[in-house]
Write a protein that binds this ligand. Structure first.
Ligand code: ADP
Ligand code: MG
Length: 724
């Protein structure tokens, strides 16, 4: 089918009706999750008790109780038509992994029965030799196994019971994204609790909360299928800007087109059934770009939910004739997609640690955590950037639209003033609630809630937004675990160190207020003019200013990964029990390898498309022009009448030559890079290949403008981006 038919068809596609369950959302919310209500209904008393103390207190589940839990789960699952079970895990590839086993087993009488026991629930050994491990399994000669994470509820997807698991080697190395995250969450709780207890002895646990905002693009699936680059790499490697893109800002928050609205509704219903509290949906800045966000939740669970949602999006989009693009930069010249990670800490007694308190001591606790977070971000700003770096997110970072490739923190005017005042005033000055004591110069005041968020700074990669920090640099296709593991672990380390300083001050006989303020002041003095930056992060001046301040300004992704094995990072990760040095080295091998493969695939696709799609079309047009010129010469005996044709012919020939030249150069660069054995060096070579891709793209985009529209083989931006 030719391009025009595809475009015509996609224009007339109607929305697919959505099957809305009867009743209210709250009636079917969590229907497909084995939550507390179902536990109470389907488990016997002993199994229920054992499971709850496993979830809440980390107590291991005995074999007998595990059998009991499995029995209850099976009964519930079979009522929903479940026939298969899988351990669902998050290996170091993108996305999730699952290997389905049917529930059947021989019954000993020549037939089969449905069977599912505690052993199958708790542990499995997938043949996982093909998952990347950076050599961990080879080094330790250990096989990997998946183990149930009871803190994340079991759920049903279609006909399959999914059991969220961690994936570890027998010698204890984490082979996935979930295990390190869980370790970091424990570390931050362990480090934060002793500080919270200075304020409230009842605190026993501190939770990390995550609310992700998932940005994505939708394209029509028929047009997608006609673009090899989109299908294979998730982004367009060619494509001239559309005359209209986002300059009118008419897409942001605009009415949602019906076909898209139907997709969103379907997605929400599926998410709600799985207990995912999807809350917000809207159009984003770029044409055909959208966002969805849930109500925030505990970080491990919220991250699992994000992984499930990404899978659901892919599946449900197809039903509506769309393909969802989770790539960070599917289209040149318009905004890319991120996944803001809204992050905060809170106690099991219900106190938010990054929101203003109810009294002066509450505010002191807030400032304590606020400043320590900033100190952690300062100490590990390069590492935090490395935690969100990838071949695909590289297109966003520093690309003058998304957060710059420098991790700084935005505080807003109020909190900047508070910190400056705290530095100046005596340490026993209480931090009052604004307005309570009237206006006075000698007061430090924090409003009860930050109502005015107008000075929110969209250019900051790590912004305080009133009761949380928003880590905005995370990529749309990323697993949030990468960023969340590093952030929580870095904060844990900082809190451990801070507590030691406070303890010394307290031993010296200072009051809690003075001991804390005296410990905070050096941190405030250090962060306020270093990692804190409220200006425009896109400017050239910021780049040089940040370098002067000692912030990491590296833009080369393979080099960024070296941050993970620097002594300060190794110390932080080992101290918090998140990664061993070997883990970090192995993970870097995986990161470099993934980087290489991504760029390798892109450059191969680019070369092949240039040679198979673009050049033939351009040559056809060139031949057409030449025929016209030859004809004119035959008729008139000279070329005077062909000025325009000759000019176009000259340009087309020039760009064709350039494409051929660039593809040759790229093929050579690829051969050279592929011959490099060392993972890091190869990734560096591929970084330069990645940087050379635009040079091949440019003459092709110029050809797209020149070549007869009828001959152009690929759907164009204006067609891909304005269909819904
Ligand atoms: P915006 O686009 O204005 O930043 P959204 O409403 O799109 O806001 O998303 C904000 C996200 O932050 C939601 O997922 C929300 O639940 C989450 N969030 C709100 N408060 C907190 C908090 N204290 N900790 C973590 N996440 C939070
Ligand atoms: Mg946000």
């Amino acid at each position: 089918m030719d391009r025009f038919n595809l475009v015509k068809e996609s224009f007339v596609k109607k929305e697919v009706p959505v099957e809305v369950p009867s009743g209210k959302t709250s009636d079917y919310f969590g229907e497909l999750v084995f939550d507390r209500k179902k536990m109470a209904k389907y488990l016997d008393a002993d199994s229920l008790k054992a499971l709850l103390s496993c979830i809440e207190g980390g107590k291991p589940l005995g074999r007998k109780e595990a059998d009991g839990v499995a029995r209850g789960m099976k009964e519930w699952a079979m009522e929903h038509g479940v026939t298969h079970v899988t351990h669902w895990f998050q290996p170091l590839t993108e996305g999730t992994a699952e290997k389905h086993d049917s529930l059947i087993d021989y019954d000993g009488k020549g037939g089969v029965i449905e069977s599912f026991d505690g052993k199958a629930l708790v542990q499995q050994e997938p043949d996982a030799s093909s998952f990347p491990s950076g050599g961990i399994r080879a080094t330790f000669e250990a096989r990997g196994y998946t183990a149930w994470d009871p803190t994340s509820p079991v759920f049903i997807l279609d006909d399959t019971l999914c059991i969220p698991t961690v994936f570890v080697s027998y010698t204890g190395e984490a082979l996935d994204n979930k295990m390190p995250l869980k370790r970091a969450l424990k570390a931050v709780s362990d480090a934060a609790v002793p500080i919270c207890r200075l304020f409230d002895p009842a605190v026993e646990k501190v939770y990390s909360f995550l609310g992700w905002e998932q940005e994505y693009f939708l394209v029509d699936e028929a047009l997608y299928a006609a673009r090899t680059d989109l299908m294979i790499t998730g982004r367009t490697l060619f494509g001239h800007n559309s005359s209209k893109n986002q300059q009118l800002d008419d897409h942001y928050f605009a009415a949602i087109p019906p076909r898209v609205a139907a997709f969103m509704r379907d997605l929400e219903i599926a998410g709600h059934k799985l207990g995912i509290p999807l809350k917000t949906r809207h159009n984003e800045v770029a044409p055909n770009q959208f966002e969805l966000a849930p109500i925030f939740g505990e970080t491990n669970l919220s991250n699992d939910q994000n992984q499930i949602v990404m899978n659901l999006m892919n599946k449900i989009a197809r039903k509506h004739g769309f393909v969802v693009l989770l790539h960070e930069k599917p289209f040149d010249g318009i905004n890319g997609s991120g996944k803001h990670n809204n992050w905060s800490l809170g106690t099991d007694t219900g106190t938010s640690l990054l929101a203003p308190g109810k009294d002066a001591m509450g505010n002191l606790q807030f400032v304590t955590f606020f400043v320590n977070v900033l100190a952690a971000v300062q100490r590990h700003n390069g590492l935090l950037k490395a935690s969100i770096a990838s071949a695909t997110n590289a297109h966003r970072l520093g690309a003058n639209e998304a957060p710059p490739a420098i991790v700084s923190a935005f505080l807003g005017r109020t909190m900047t003033d508070v910190l400056r005042k705290l530095l100046e005033l005596p340490s026993d000055t209480p931090i009052e609630i604004a307005g309570k004591k009237g206006k006075s110069l000698g007061l430090v005041e924090i409003p009860e809630i930050f109502v005015d968020n107008t000075d929110r700074n969209r250019t900051s990669p790590f912004a305080f937004t009133g009761n949380r920090f928003e880590f905005r640099a995370v990529g749309s296709s990323a697993n949030c675990a990468g960023a969340m593991t590093t952030l929580n672990a870095a904060v844990a380390e900082q809190l451990i160190d801070f507590k030691k300083v406070v303890d010394t001050e307290l031993k010296a006989g200072k009051t809690l207020q003075v001991a804390i303020m005296d410990s905070l002041k050096p941190l405030i003095a250090s962060v306020i003019d270093t990692v804190c930056f409220d200006g425009n992060g896109y400017t050239e001046e910021w780049l040089s200013e940040a370098a002067r301040r000692g912030l990491d300004v590296e833009t080369n992704v393979p080099k960024m990964f070296c941050e993970f094995t620097k002594p300060a990072s190794v110390e932080m990760f080992t101290k918090t029990g998140v990664y061993t040095e070997k883990d970090l080295e192995a993970r870097n091998e995986v990161k470099w390898e993934t980087y290489v493969k991504k760029v390798q695939i892109e450059s191969r696709v680019m070369v092949r498309m240039a040679l198979n799609h673009i050049i033939p079309a351009a040559l056809e047009y060139k031949a057409k022009l030449m025929k016209e010129v030859a004809m004119a010469k035959d008729i008139y005996g000279n070329l005077e009448i062909c000025g325009t044709e000759l000019r176009i012919l000259g340009d087309v020939s020039k760009y064709i030559d350039e494409v051929v030249l660039r593809t040759d150069a790229m093929k050579k660069a690829l051969d050279e890079a592929d011959a490099i054995a060392d993972g890091y060096k190869q990734a560096l070579a591929y970084h330069y290949i990645a940087e050379s891709l635009p040079a091949l793209r440019k003459p092709i985009d110029m050809l797209e403008e020149l070549v007869d529209n009828k001959l152009w083989p690929l759907p164009k931006y204006r067609e891909l981006l304005f269909i819904s």
